[in-house]
Design a protein around this ligand. Sequence first.
Ligand code: B3K
Ligand code: ZN
Length: 880
Amino acid sequence: MRGENEETIFLKDYAETPYAIEKIELDVRIAPETSIIRTFLTLAPRAATAPGTPLVLDGAETLTLRSIAIDGLPLALTAYEATADGLTVHQPPTKRFVLETEVAVEPEKNIKLMGFYRSSGTWCTQCEPEGFRRITYYYDRPDVLSLFKVRMQADKMLAPVLLANGNLVEQGDLTNGQHFAVWEDPFPKPAYLFAMVAGDLGSIHDSFTTSSGRKVALGIYCTHGKEDECFYAMDSLKRSMAWDERRFGREYDLDIFNIVAVSDFNFGAMENKGLNIFNDKLVFAKPETATDADYINIESVIAHEYFHNWTGDRITCRDWFQLCLKEGLTVYRDQEFSMDERSRPVNRIEDVRQLRQTQFPEDGGPLAHPPRPDRYKEINNFYTATVYEKGAEVVRMLATLLGEAGFRKAMDLYFERHDGEATTIEAFIKVFEDASGQDLQHFQQWYLQAGTPELDITDRYDAASQTYTLELTQTNPPTPGQADMQPLVLPIQFGLIGPNGSPMSWGAVSGAEVRDDLIVFDKAKATVTFSGVPNKPVPSLLRGFSAPVKLTTNATDADQLFLARHDGDPFNRWQALQDVAMKLVVDAVAGKPWTDAQVGALGDALEDTLNSKELDPAYKALAITLPNDLAVAREIASNVDPDRIHSIRKQLLAAVVGRLAPTLEKVYLTNDSRLAYSPDFQQTGRRSMKNTALQVLVLGSAEGAATLAREQYDRALNMTDRLAALYAVVWAWTPDAEALVEDFRARFTADPLVLDKWLTVVATAPEPDVVDRMKAILAAPDFPQNNPNRLRALTATFGMNNPTQFGRADGAGFRFLAEFVGDVDKRNPQVAARVLTAFRVWRSYESVRRTEAEKALKSLQESGSLSRNTADILERTLSG
Ligand code: B3K
Ligand code: ZN
């Protein structure tokens, strides 16, 4: 385990490798138990490298070195040293040379699922970020780009399919039932994008003709029998390829694009050049087993990995500190794709909800870090919501500041200038400056500073002078390791709405940079004055959530309810309803109960929204989804008592349902449909509306609602409706809950991906037996202890999405999760570290819970040796 500061890796220490790897040829003999990998590296010292500089390659404990030679001559034992961390050749030749190594690896024993491993019989690889060193000795870092050629050989019965990156250049049969395939990738790439797959797999095939007329062969490989569940993924892939041509002028560059679905995978998917490897849950879908949410995720992750071909593969990162160069940008691109394919307002609301639920607690807690960190102990711990989702928001702000055409021009320049390079955030920003002529040096601070800015806007109107004023204040709270915070550049999209509900215009503006409907606020304070404003307007601020900040204003409930009806910006219409509901709950938690009039006003606004003719059902469903327990806890921020929040929120729902039940029932019925299932936006929206109405009715204790849910569960024609009904019953823990949970287990969980749904249901039940239930599930002899999907479905869900039971006052939830982390850490440190991040909110609890959480964390710390991944998260969680 790497321990204290000396093992911290710093951005400032970046230096090029002394040798370039011009070419790598791999000869891989795959066999059960032991596979043999021969590697030929063509190395050349760089111009500045002093003769005789040692060659220090990365390696891992998974490698057993069997032979080593340079230019065909075996090395003397004294000429090199192989350790569990790597290989050093003390005095390499001073001119270009070929280093040949042969190692043995044991993929079946690799349950960490990094490097070369075997998942349900299929041999596969995962190299990002540091997995390649577990396959062979190499410079396992993203700035070493090389040409890869790989020859794979295996038993033809065990592995009739042999895949790797690039193009298939040769294949054939050998004696003894063996066969081989040679793959060559014409594009230089870093090792993290290497992949190979060998196994007995089914597949589906299609093709895509690019805008310049090249035909690309597309394949999706999977377990036999699952082929019919791969078609939606294929459809998503083709739509992504077409979209990237339309929107960004990016054409695919190889003749083959393959995807392989595997069942044991540490995260969602991986963008290896020409050979994406996917967690099977993000490929397989059929209506009986996958929900609308699953289809939506598949579409977006297929797109995300495909888009990496340009933003990630063709242009990659110089070092792992630059991770958000590819991830933030690619999330932005996949969000835009899904918006174009589905609905801009609905997707924007969902993306912002996700950001607030996952990234805001990270940014406001002990694990806060900038999108471009400057140090790390374990890079795997930086594949975070900050790097991904906040990274995407930063790119979105650039797009807002430059405008659509300006943004596209800058992206064109980025592709032109940096194609084939491993580059940095600074270079990315420079491209945007050069393309637009704007100075973005101050804007760049978004990448370097952690924390969510707090933006307060107070307005006032002076009738006599017809001036309208906005007082803007920006606060940037300190984060771990960063005390000296600067105000950031906040693009604030806005509009003014007149008393009749129409947009208002104004005369002159002073006090800040204001471009049409955009205020660019980059200081701690500013006063923006609009002249020529004939009436007091209601401002619609931060439209479309144009900057990832926490906004407070002096708007009254009446202003918010006005916006909920009249705002031309659908995001802010939704936000206004959320704000009104949030205030009722937060005040009630603080001991100031709502009045009938307040609930009546909220109920009326919700009813008007539901009855609107112009709004989509999907949008209406979001509008009646009031802030959940977690959102309320975030708003309260300290001395949090999850039980109190839960019960008050339920009371608010009951009060709203007391008024809205007939409308909700009507909405339920009108959106019920027996049409053949389609995952399109229209049908998905109707199901979302119907099922949200059902869940609100059940949680708000409407008469007959629990029966309705039970009937829907029984009659459902697809998994979306069935699971939504089950959740309604479980979240309200109605008398049927226990029986339905058991029914679901018995009838549907033979499919592992449906088993995950059951585990998630069990883990989110807000009732006290859940911890014991989970312990029994984990202790069952047939529970798949090494499968990340199963483990996470139960435990990460519990930690992140069951606030009352994870946050139990007796500490049983904290102890359960901490003990689980200690146990799973021995098998899969990445899963352990990820689950442990659920504790990032521990300091926000009231003192009894806070003490219990701290005890659980400390006993994990004392429990013995932890992986670097888990030790790093634990240390930061306790100290930050
Ligand atoms: N780049 C991979 C993530 C790798 C995670 C390593 N811990 C998938 C993605 O973001 O597209
Ligand atoms: Zn990505």
